[in-house]
Design a protein around this ligand. Structure first.
Ligand code: SAM
Length: 287
């Protein structure tokens, strides 16, 4: 048996031995290139002394890279029970440094997981495409702010990555996700990963995104901000005086009045309003 630099078998061999044929329903597109997983892990670094939460370790390519890059601890949450024995082999090579949590990442939170962490907490994952956005929204909205994690380094489909980092300068991609991410974090795309890097190959390019929390985002109520962004982008082709009509009426007011108090022209559309504009609207709406 040939061994990789970390003394463990090559990932293709691990997958074959444990019968880990990729399942679409679990968003399984595995990375076998340890140079690429090292590159992703390095983007989350430096990791010495840090705990990394990884969602969906699968056969463990990124997990191995995070350990090789010096993470004090990796807490890996995997839903597919078939992957657990493969992950246990990695844990045996890194005593006390890999904690495997079998279960649905949507059923837990970084706050809960961070109770077992040492040092700063980072989240680094090649996310399953079917739940990636839901997880990100959870991490951006759950618990106090600033959050328990000091950085997210996450792989998404490029189309989702573009929506996360978009503002009014990228109108077609700008929406609720861009408002939420832009309000609480500084988000940027680090690099793209072609379909050929994955097994099986997805149809689309992926991107690794970094989100660094803003220590003090402009103050407003999260629920109000989300409701305004949902109303405005829910009818993105309409002017705000129209798209915010129901939102304002539900609060006993008029959209024109709300917009005037926020200093925003009623003829603007959602995709023309920067994140700060939505924050001002949310503050005004809460009076
Ligand atoms: N990290 C591995 C890699 O890079 O090769 C696998 C990434 S694969 C895109 C996504 C992984 O997430 C799969 O192992 C899948 O079983 C797991 N997964 C899917 N849904 C999950 C969920 N709700 N909670 C935890 N893990 C999940």
């Amino acid at each position: 048996m040939s061994l990789a630099e970390d003394g463990l078998p090559p990932l293709r061999e691990v997958v074959a031995r444990h019968g880990l044929d990729a399942r679409k329903a679990l968003g399984q597109n595995f990375l076998f290139d340890l140079n690429l997983t090292r590159r992703i892990a390095r983007a989350a670094g430096p990791l010495a002394g840090a705990t990394v939460i990884e969602v969906g370790p699968g056969p463990g390519g990124l997990t191995r890279a995070l350990l090789a890059e010096g993470a004090a601890k990796v807490i890996a949450v995997e839903r597919d029970a078939r992957c657990i024995p493969a992950l246990a082999e990695i844990a045996a090579r890194a005593p006390g440094r890999l904690e495997i949590v079998e279960g649905d990442a949507l059923a837990t939170t970084p706050v809960e997981l961070a109770r077992r962490a040492t040092g700063p907490v980072r989240i680094c994952s090649n996310l399953p495409y079917n739940v990636g956005t839901a997880l990100l929204v959870r991490w951006l909205t759950d618990g106090d702010w600033p959050p328990v994690w000091d950085r997210l380094v996450l792989m998404f489909q490029r189309e989702v990555a573009l929506r996360i980092v978009a503002g009014p300068e990228r109108r077609a991609d700008y929406g609720r996700l861009g408002v939420l991410a832009g309000w609480r974090t500084q988000a940027r795309i680090l690099f793209d990963v072609p379909p050929s890097a994955f097994t099986p190959s997805p149809k689309v390019t992926s991107s690794v995104v970094e989100l660094a929390p803003r220590p003090a985002p402009a103050p407003c109520r999260l629920a109000t901000l989300e409701a305004i962004a949902a109303a405005a982008f829910g009818q993105r082709r309409k002017m705000l005086r129209q798209s915010l009509k129901s939102f304002a009426a539900a609060r006993g007011g008029a959209a024109e009045d709300l917009l005037a108090r926020a200093g925003i022209a009623p003829t603007k559309r959602a995709e023309e309003i920067p994140v700060d504009g939505f924050v001002v609207l949310a503050r005004v709406a809460d009076g």
